[in-house]
Write a new protein. Structure first.
Length: 472
């Protein structure tokens, strides 16, 4: 999987496609609990009581068993309090965490990747504050009412809590989550008129927010420093109408000669909805010099760059300088197989968070309807070409014609899929490499240059309008 595999490794690819024992049962229990949140737990119907029983059975062999059984019993009679809802959210999160761990173990088996261990630190001793209790009360009201019962008054109940939380850096993570969650609910009101309810997504947001109201749950991860060479593998770009995020996946080679590690560096910015395609790069680029290095195909030399225990670089341009030219595909062939992964934080253990860098070559390609399939050692791996950013020269057609690929293994739609970050293909009889982040540092490509110019014009107009409004 990470390099050109010898013949005896053929059977090692099977964990990617083989059924994971217990996975279906765990997800069934999660879906069952999510159904209870659709109709609400103020007066649960008999079928929703059965759904709570499924959740209880799913964690019956865990340390949560007794507390979940009590909480489910209270919820079944409509008598659950806030602590009971926290317990049910913890059970749901634990099940998805177990799914995450099982899938990650399969990826590690295939790639031969090691994963560093970290000892959990002591939780914060900061006493519970009234704002956490207020947030917990609002989330409990949501659970009692259910998604079908939401209205603007209930969704708007989070606004004063968010406003009071935002000035406190320790509460900003929860405040941001509550703000976005409440906005989604408000945009979907009234719940009784919804044709389709995103039960899994809202269940995820509700559970995560509720657990973050527990003092100490939102503690920041421990931070060390990283000195050495950073070798970019590829870029994952996320776009929203009003925001954009770029996340660079890379291998870090410590200067002290210890084993390489997989790390990430991210930057997020607000954006006007008129800035699209390659225009987003000029918004992101000033905040992360790594994007320029990525676009130019260079490594970066880091000097005491902050690095969390979870593998996230807290980027500081003053601690980085551009290094020598490097090839992401060569890095994936040679260095990626030796890189260790850092652990995932407990609350981040969710199958949707899986994004494991891998290298593939020597695969067969076929089209199954709208889905591109890479067949590796006889096992089919769907390719998620919809995740390829439009702000790059990488295209679904180039991926379909490729012979080597650096990508992220993700879990989506009940199975693992490959998100391409860079490919090696042939253009006019020449081998070329195409990267999703090739335009991040600027481009002479006509399409990309036009998009950047349009974005510049749009931002200039918006700044002029904002200036006129402020002068009035």
């Amino acid at each position: 999987m990470t390099g050109t595999p010898p013949a005896p490794r053929a059977e090692r690819v099977s964990p990617l496609t083989a059924p994971v024992e217990g996975l279906a049962e765990a997800l069934t229990a999660v879906d069952a609990f999510d159904r209870t949140l659709v109709t609400g737990l103020l007066r649960p119907r008999p079928e929703r009581v059965d759904d709570l029983t499924l959740l209880t059975r799913a964690v019956s062999g865990s340390p949560l068993a007794a507390r979940v059984a009590e909480a489910a019993g209270k919820a079944a009679t409509g008598a659950a309090n806030e602590d009971h809802f926290v317990t049910l959210a913890a059970a749901r999160t634990a099940l998805l965490g177990a799914v995450h761990d099982a899938l990650t173990a399969g990826v590690d088996e295939v790639t031969g990747r090691t994963r560093e261990e970290r000892t959990a630190g002591a939780p914060s001793t900061r006493p519970e504050v009234n704002l956490l209790a207020a947030a917990r009360t609002w989330l409990a009201d949501l659970a009692r009412t259910g998604w079908q019962g939401i209205d603007h008054e209930l969704a708007g109940g989070a606004a004063p809590i968010v406003s009071a939380m935002l000035p406190d850096p320790a509460l900003r993570r929860l405040a941001t989550l509550l703000d976005g969650f409440a906005a989604e609910l408000a945009a979907s009101c009234p719940g009784s008129a919804l044709d389709r309810i995103p039960a899994r997504r809202w269940g995820d947001l509700w559970s995560r927010a509720l657990l973050l109201t527990v003092p100490g749950a939102a503690d920041r991860p421990a931070v060390t420093t990283a000195t050495g060479r950073l070798l970019p593998l590829g870029l994952d770009l996320h776009e929203h109408a009003t925001a954009a995020q770029a996340q660079v996946h890379a291998v870090f080679e410590p200067a002290d000669g210890t084993a390489p590690r997989l790390v990430r560096a991210s930057v997020s910015v607000p954006k006007p909805d008129t800035v699209v395609a390659a225009g987003v790069w000029q918004l992101l680029r000033p905040h992360l010099s790594l994007l320029t290095a990525l676009g130019e195909g260079r490594s970066m030399d880091l000097d005491a760059m902050p690095l969390t225990d979870e593998g996230d670089l807290v980027w500081d341009d003053a601690r980085a300088r551009a290094g020598e030219p490097v090839d992401a595909l060569a890095t994936a062939r040679v260095v990626l197989p030796t890189a260790a992964a850092l652990p995932t934080a407990p609350l981040d253990r969710h199958p949707a968070r899986i994004a494991e860098p891998v290298f593939l070559e020597g695969y067969d390609r076929e089209q199954d309807g709208d889905t591109l399939i890479f067949t590796v050692a006889g096992h089919a791996l769907p390719v998620d070409t919809d995740r390829i950013p439009t702000a790059s020269p990488l295209t679904p057609e180039a991926v379909a014609a490729s012979r080597a690929c650096v990508g992220l293994l993700r879990w989506d739609g009940g199975g693992l899929r490959l998100q391409p970050l860079a490919v090696e293909t042939t253009v006019r009889r020449k081998a070329v490499a195409l990267h999703a982040g090739a335009w991040a540092g600027g481009t002479t490509d006509k399409t990309g240059a036009r998009a950047e110019k349009a974005a510049t014009d749009a931002v200039t107009v918006l700044r002029e309008r904002a200036g006129r409004l402020l002068r009035k």
